[in-house]
Design a protein around this ligand. Structure first.
Ligand code: FE2
Ligand code: FE2
Length: 475
C-alpha cells in the first residue's frame, strides 16, 4: 500500500486503477489543474529545470527523491499514509468506535466544508506567490519557493481526491470550484481572508511560510485525528511535506536578521535610515511585518467561541492538536477554557465551555509553537550583541474575526482609542513606505552561490548539496 505507482497518469498509492470511474473523473480534472498551473502558477518558470523532491513513498524513511524536473512535469499525485485496520475514534461522542472509511450521511455537509476550506488554501498560496520567482534573492531560495509551490499543488490534489472519491457529484463540483476561485479576486475570492492578501516580496513570503504554513500544520494536525479515516491518512502525509515550508520561513527570516545585524555592527548604528541606505532591512520593519502576518494568521483559527467547532469535535470530524498525547477524557463536556473579551474598555478573561472554545485552544497551541521560532530569531540578534528583540503582538492585536474583531489594541495588549490607533498604527504595521523600501531591495539573483545583499546565505544546501549547487537550470 505504501509504494507509489508512477506508471499511471496520476501517481497514487490508493489503487486508483481499480476504480475506473474515479480514475476517469480525476483524469478529466487533471488538465484543468495543469491549465490552472499555467495560468496562475509561478510566473515565467515553464522552462526551468528545478531541483525538486518528489514523493516516491509514504515510508518516513526515504519518502522522497530529488532531481531536476520541469515543474509542469512534476508528478502530482495521491498519497495516503498506510491504514490501520484497528484504528478507533479517540475523541468525541463516537470515542471507542471503529473509524469510518466512508462519509456518514449526517456528517457529509460538514466534512465536505472542512475539506473544501482546507483545499482552497493550497492553490491560493501558489497564486499569492506567483510573482516571487522574478525577484528571488538566490537560486537556492528560488528552488525552495518552487518546492513549496509544487507541494501546495499536491495538497490540492489530496483534497480533490477525497472530494471525488467520497462526495459524488457535489464533490466533483467543489473540486472544479477550487480551480475557479482566485486569491484576491473581487468577484470570486479564496475562502479565507489571509489567503486573499498579497505576498508581494520575500520578507512577506518568509513570514507567510513561517506563520501561515504553520496554521496549515495545526489545521492538518487536527484533521489527522479525524474519525473519517481517509482524511486522517491524507493529512498525515501532507504534514510530512509541510515541515519544509515552515523551515523555509524560519530560516529565511533568520538569514535576513543575520545580515541586518552584520551591517548594523559594521556601521555601528541602529539608525534606520543608515541601515536602509546600506541595503538591508531594519529590525523595526521586520517587527511590523511580523505583527501583520501573525495577526492575520491567528484569525484563520476562527471565532474564539464557535458551535461549529464544538460539533466538529463531538462528532469526531476534527480533533485537537496532538489529541492522543492529552490526558483528559477526550470528550470535554462540562469543561471550560479561558477566552478574552472586552468589558468597560478593558480586556478580561472569562471561562467558556471548552467544546465551544476549541478554535481558541488550537490558536493557543499555534501561538506557543510560533513563539519558539521567534525566540530562535532573537538568539541571532543576541549573538550579534545587539539589544533589540522581536516579539509576537498580543493575540487581540489587529484582529478581524471573533469577539476581538475591530478592537483597537496596542501590540502590548492595551485597549486604545481610535485616535491613538490612527496616530500609532504606522509604528506597528507595515506602512506603504516600508513595503516600497522592501520592494526596492528585491532584485533577482540567478548566479549559483550568490545571494542578494539583504540576506545571508544558508548554513547548508538542500539534500546535502553545496550552497552553490545549480538548484535551478534556467531554460
Ligand atoms: Fe499545503
Ligand atoms: Fe505549506
Amino acid at each position: 500500500m505504501s509504494s507509489i505507482n508512477y506508471s499511471e497518469r496520476i501517481p497514487n498509492n490508493v489503487n486508483l486503477a481499480e476504480d475506473r470511474t474515479l480514475q476517469r473523473a480525476l483524469e478529466q480534472w487533471q488538465p484543468n489543474f495543469i491549465n490552472w498551473w499555467d495560468d496562475v502558477g509561478p510566473e515565467g518558470s515553464t522552462n526551468h529545470d528545478v531541483y525538486l523532491r518528489t514523493a516516491v513513498s509514504v515510508d518516513p524513511q526515504g519518502w522522497a527523491q530529488f532531481g531536476h524536473v520541469k515543474m509542469r512535469d512534476y508528478r502530482w499525485g495521491i498519497f495516503l499514509n498506510p491504514g490501520d485496520a484497528s484504528r478507533e475514534v479517540h475523541f468525541g461522542d463516537h470515542k471507542g468506535q471503529k473509524v469510518w472509511q466512508d462519509v456518514p450521511g449526517e456528517h457529509r455537509a460538514n466534512l465536505r466544508r472542512i475539506i473544501v476550506t482546507q483545499g482552497d488554501t493550497e492553490p491560493a498560496s501558489v497564486e499569492q506567490q506567483r510573482h516571487l520567482g522574478l525577484t528571488a534573492p538566490s537560486m537556492y531560495d528560488l528552488r525552495n519557493l518552487f518546492q513549496i509551490n509544487v507541494e501546495e499543488g499536491r495538497h490540492l490534489w489530496a483534497m480533490v481526491y477525497l472530494l471525488h472519491k467520497h462526495f459524488g457529484r457535489d464533490g466533483r463540483e467543489e473540486a472544479d470550484a477550487l480551480l475557479q476561485r482566485t486569491s484576491g479576486d473581487v468577484d470570486n475570492p479564496r475562502i479565507l481572508g489571509a489567503f486573499n492578501e498579497k505576498t508581494p516580496d520575500w520578507l512577506a513570503f518568509f513570514m507567510f511560510t513561517y506563520f501561515t504554513d504553520r496554521d496549515g500544520k495545526f489545521q492538518l494536525s487536527a484533521l489527522a485525528e479525524s474519525a473519517f479515516d481517509p482524511l486522517a491518512r491524507t493529512t498525515k502525509f501532507m504534514l510530512t511535506e509541510e515541515a519544509h515550508h515552515m523551515f523555509v520561513g524560519e530560516s529565511g527570516i533568520s538569514r535576513t536578521i543575520s545580515r541586518t545585524c552584520q551591517v548594523m555592527n559594521e556601521l555601528k548604528t541602529d539608525d534606520v535610515e543608515k541601515i536602509r541606505a546600506a541595503g538591508v532591512i531594519d529590525l523595526p520593519t521586520i517587527q511590523r511585518y511580523l505583527n501583520f502576518h501573525y495577526s492575520v494568521t491567528i484569525d484563520l483559527f476562527g471565532a474564539d467561541q464557535s458551535s461549529n467547532a464544538a460539533s466538529f469535535y463531538s462528532s469526531g470530524l476534527k480533533g485537537r492538536y496532538e489529541e492522543g498525547k492529552r490526558t483528559d477524557d477526550h470528550v470535554l463536556k462540562g469543561q471550560t477554557y479561558k477566552v478574552l473579551e472586552v468589558q468597560n474598555g478593558q480586556l478580561v478573561e472569562k471561562e467558556a465551555p471548552m467544546l465551544n472554545a476549541l478554535n481558541e485552544v488550537l490558536r493557543d497551541d499555534f501561538i506557543k509553537d510560533s513563539i519558539a521560532g521567534v525566540n530562535r530569531w532573537n538568539k541571532v540578534i543576541e549573538k550579534a550583541g545587539l539589544p533589540m528583540r522581536l516579539t509576537v503582538p498580543h493575540k487581540a492585536f489587529n484582529r478581524q474575526i471573533g469577539a476581538l474583531a475591530g478592537i483597537r489594541m496596542s501590540p502590548e495588549g492595551k485597549v486604545i482609542s481610535a485616535a491613538e490607533w490612527e496616530g500609532r498604527k504606522d509604528e506597528w504595521l507595515p506602512t506603504p513606505d516600508d513595503r516600497a523600501f522592501v520592494a526596492s531591495l528585491m532584485g533577482r539573483v540567478t548566479e549559483a552561490g550568490k545571494f542578494a545583499n539583504w540576506i545571508a546565505p544558508p548554513v547548508m544546501g538542500i539534500n546535502r548539496q553545496p550552497v552553490d549547487f545549480e538548484y535551478v537550470r534556467f531554460g
